[in-house]
Design a protein around this ligand. Structure first.
Ligand SMILES: Cc1ncc(COP(=O)(O)O)c(C=O)c1O
Length: 408
């Protein structure tokens, strides 16, 4: 169902957009580092704490309610990712969850095992696997990024995967340059070889609809603070793998899924907030089920953002002093725009833009291997302007006008 995207209504859902600097509304282009939080998420967090929280497994109402909120959020998160509720585990963030999963998965690796990681990925989907491989003596194969197209080299990928490959770790989208990888094709190849596929969906989750099964992710991890919620990590682990997985845990803690991956007491108010964030996304979509609403809501976000992002990129291409880092037009991308300005460090540019009320970030954003391959890691990395559904074309145009005054 085609829904019209009303950015004014969307903006009303984000109290942080009221923030001003020197009498002007600030412009948030730092979404890839962490989005602003939807009102519905803030309310769920506050509601949980105001009503009285508790730990789990108690015989009293606040404990029972806490378990119910967690169960509800698992159902919503499962609908968001196309998984089942008991395949969903929460944790502090993607990195911590990936360390826990990598340590557990590596327990199953026999000698002679190999793993595959990529140069395009955020290091949170690289180093936990490298460390696990080191401990188990597994060989690591890296898939190269093509520095011209900012896409993974398919021939290199093909030759990296073989019958000894136990794991392929790949990002759904690059948090630095926005390239969306063809993860479905990568997973097919990995599964033919009998490998597990771990997908980092942190950057993709706020921008595109996700179907865990369609992309063949055995493990898929994202973080709610990127999709309009609080700081909570979310992993979907395919049931047959999850049942075999033995995460490090304390003896009395549950050994059933998904709780066995959730060490210690969870961030209950944060988990309540994740449900609120997903309600916001669902409110942008239509359909009978929550899954349909979430998918169509994300589709509406993708279409809205892609349109503005294309105008943004086209204008940057016209600025003589700007070097844009973007995959070719036929490659699907998130609205995350990476560039540099000749003769200035990314930090200097961001400081100038901050004085105009634009919150925009610089650095390698832990996509440090990519920055290295592009020769900019030790030169301040990228300027990264990331769009969110609450950003407008007008904000982009005023940003470009300011930038033009010193980069045009
Ligand atoms: C693509 C990507 N992966 C992983 C992470 C790490 O996520 P977290 O902060 O939840 O550990 C980030 C954070 O910026 C990211 O953008």
């Amino acid at each position: 169902m085609q829904r019209t995207f009303d950015v004014r209504t969307v903006r009303e859902q984000f109290p942080a957009l009221e923030r001003t600097q020197d009498g002007q509304r600030v412009v948030y282009f730092d979404g890839p580092g962490g989005s602003q939080v939807a009102q519905s998420a803030i309310e769920e967090i506050s509601h949980y704490m105001v009503r009285g929280g508790a730990n789990l497994h108690g015989a009293f109402p606040t404990s029972v309610e806490t378990e119910e909120i967690i169960a509800q959020t698992r159902r919503s998160a499962a609908d968001f990712l196309g998984a089942e509720p008991d395949e969903i585990a929460f944790g502090p963030n993607m990195t911590t969850l990936t360390f826990a999963i990598s340590r557990a998965l590596a327990r199953m690796w026999k000698s002679g095992s190999e793993i595959v990681v990529t140069e395009l990925d955020h290091r949170a989907n690289v180093d936990p696997w490298l460390l696990a491989a080191k401990e188990k003596g597994a060989k690591v194969r890296w898939v190269r990024v093509n520095p011209e197209t900012l896409t993974l080299d398919p021939a290199d990928l093909e030759s990296a995967i073989n019958e000894r490959t136990r794991l392929v770790a790949v990002g759904l989208a690059s948090n630095a340059v926005g390239t969306i990888n063809d993860v479905a094709a990568i997973s097919r190849r990995a599964h033919e070889a009998g490998a597990v596929v771990a997908v980092d969906a942190v950057h993709a989750a706020p921008h595109i609809p996700i179907d865990r099964d369609a992309i063949g992710a055995d493990i898929l991890t994202c973080s709610a603070y990127k999709f309009f919620g609080p700081h909570v990590g979310v992993s979907a682990v395919r049931r047959d793998l999850f049942e075999r997985l033995q995460p490090y845990k304390v003896e009395p803690a549950p050994d059933y899924l998904p709780d066995k991956l959730e060490s210690g007491t969870q961030n209950h108010e944060g988990i309540a907030g994740v449900k609120g964030a997903l309600e916001f996304i669902a409110s942008l979509g239509g359909g009978a089920s929550l899954r349909e609403k979430l998918l169509s809501g994300m589709q509406a976000i993708e279409e809205y953002e892609a349109d503005i992002a294309e105008k943004f990129r086209s204008a940057l291409r016209e600025m003589p002093k700007v070097k844009l880092y973007a995959a070719p037009d036929d490659v699907r991308k998130t609205p995350t725009i990476a560039f540099r300005v000749e003769g200035q460090t990314p930090r200097e540019v961001c400081e100038k833009m901050e004085r105009e009320g634009f919150f925009v970030a610089d650095g390698d954003f832990y996509a440090s291997t990519l920055a290295e391959r592009l020769g900019i890691r030790d030169r301040g990395g990228f300027i990264r302007a990331g769009l969110a559904p609450y950003n407008t074309l007008e904000e982009v145009e005023t940003f470009l006008a300011s930038l033009e005054s010193f980069a045009g």
